[in-house]
Design a binder for this molecule. Structure first.
Ligand code: URP
Ligand code: ZN
Length: 460
């Protein structure tokens, strides 16, 4: 045995139990209350809870946006993740102009291997430039990348696909037993509101939110879920932000569409009021922040299970200097905020402690469901014999104010500055290696691994 965690109150999605945890060769080798160290490194978890390592299925490390890249590379971004109890991320491969998807995949592997400290998987972004190589989809799936993200918006950035092309991609991905992820916002609604606002001289950050109302999300979800049903595809709606959008997912499910949704920590605890602040541009991401009743609907969705299955971060931070590009024109603000480090602290403190969700819900949406949905089981997503030894010790009494100096993302401000959380990860173990202790990264650069994922086809 290499590591023994004693007196653990273990919480998995289906139950809680007390046990010691034995770890050998990166796997959980024994679960027994009477297990002794036999010379192995020992950690006492008395008074703590131990949950499976978080799986953040939505990150953008070193993503090129406008003339810059998101602030965290695969090292600093996964250090931040590890410090928040995440042990696996799934990032999105973005092909450069003229680059094939296979070359882009190789490029991302080259950038991430050697830097990552958590394990990682990849999704493929499928943009307009990738249409001529649509037949490559099964080859990408075979390489352990069985999920493809399409966009219904961001035409100017070359990300948006027209509906007939979305439908073609859905059919190809479905034939390869993959999953189609969708950034669902209506380009038509958004563009017309942006033009109206700019023409009226409404250039402040708050007009980003006023140009991206809940209806823009709902319209796109209504459309893509119908396209998916016709194509026989399974859908994953990324970053669901509104009650209206949630309702469309629910209705599509009652029509028999295989559709699942993810929300993000910022949509749960922040509202569009933040964009009225002097530093409102720091809160610009897409979809935009909504109203308190939307936050409430998203918590409800996490509680109910099913419709909102997971919480991913959409981690994509930019420095304040980069956010300042849009001081006088909200359309020039790089879109994106940090988040991978705060998923578990926010769900525990704002969710579990405040009675909005149970601790079982938290484990389900941060670990069990993303592992199942993204083909990572049985090695990830639970604390079980033979599974990877990926787990987090949470101190339920520890209070942490989420300021920039506490968080590890490489930006100079925190959008959660006003939030003090109670219940915080104090130790993270990834495949048996302690990588975070008392808020500091203690692992080694590059020790994370690429995890090729199985196809799951939305069946489970
Ligand atoms: O605002 C968001 N969601 N940023 C993430 C990166 C992108 O542009 O999709
Ligand atoms: Zn994203």
């Amino acid at each position: 045995m290499d590591l023994l965690v004693k007196n653990a109150k273990i919480v998995i999605a289906s139950e809680t139990f007390e046990s010691n945890i034995g770890v050998e060769d990166g796997k959980i080798s024994s679960l027994s209350p009477s297990l002794s160290a036999q010379g192995a490194k020992e950690i006492d978890a008395r008074g703590m809870i131990v949950v499976p390592g978080g799986i953040d299925a939505h990150t953008h490390m070193e993503l090129p946006v406008l003339t810059t890249s998101s602030a965290d590379d695969f090292y600093s971004g996964t250090v931040a993740a590890a410090c928040g109890g995440i042990t696996t991320i799934i990032d999105f491969v973005d092909s450069k102009p003229g680059q094939t998807m296979l070359d882009a995949l190789g490029d991302y592997r080259g950038r991430a291997d050697g830097k990552v400290v958590t394990d990682y998987g990849l999704h493929m972004m499928f943009k307009g430039q990738n249409l001529p190589e649509i037949d490559q989809i099964p080859n990408i799936v075979k390489r352990g990348v069985p999920s493809f993200k399409v966009y219904t918006a961001y035409k100017k950035r070359g990300l948006m696909l027209e509906d007939p092309d979305i439908s073609r991609v859905m059919k190809k991905v479905a034939a390869a037993a993959g999953l189609v992820a969708v950034h669902a916002e209506s380009e038509t609604i958004i563009e017309s509101l942006i033009q109206q606002n700019l023409a009226a001289g409404n250039t402040g950050a708050v007009y980003h939110a006023r140009s991206r109302p809940a209806e823009a999300e709902a319209e796109a979800i209504a459309r893509v879920t119908r396209l998916a049903k016709e194509a026989g595809a399974a859908l994953y709606i990324v970053h669901l932000s509104s009650r209206a959008g949630k309702r469309e997912v629910e209705e599509a499910r009652t029509r028999g569409t295989r559709v699942f949704a993810e929300t993000c920590p910022h949509y749960l605890v922040l509202t569009d009021k933040a964009l009225e602040r002097q530093d409102g541009r720091h809160f610009v991401m897409s979809p935009a922040l909504k109203k308190p009743e939307d936050c409430e609907a998203l918590w409800e969705g996490l509680r109910e299970g099913g419709v909102i299955e997971t919480v991913g971060s959409d981690h994509c931070p930019f420095t304040s200097a980069e956010k300042d590009w849009g001081k006088d024109d909200f359309t020039k603000i790089p879109n994106g905020v940090p988040g991978t480090e705060v998923i578990i602290p926010i769900l525990y403190s704002e969710g579990v402690r405040k009675g909005r969700i149970t601790v079982f819900d938290m484990v389900r949406v941060t670990s069990e469901a993303p592992a199942r949905r993204f083909g990572l089981t049985p090695s990830k997503g639970s604390i079980a014999l033979g599974a990877d030894a990926d787990f987090v010790i949470i101190d339920p009494t520890k209070q942490v104010r989420l300021t920039a100096d506490v968080l590890h993302t490489k930006i100079d401000y925190s959008i959660y500055d006003g939030l003090t959380t109670q219940g915080y990860p104090v130790l993270t173990v990834r495949r048996g290696e302690v990588i975070m202790e008392d808020g500091e990264f203690v692992g080694k650069k590059g020790r994370g691994r690429f995890i090729p994922r199985k196809t799951v086809d939305g069946q489970n």
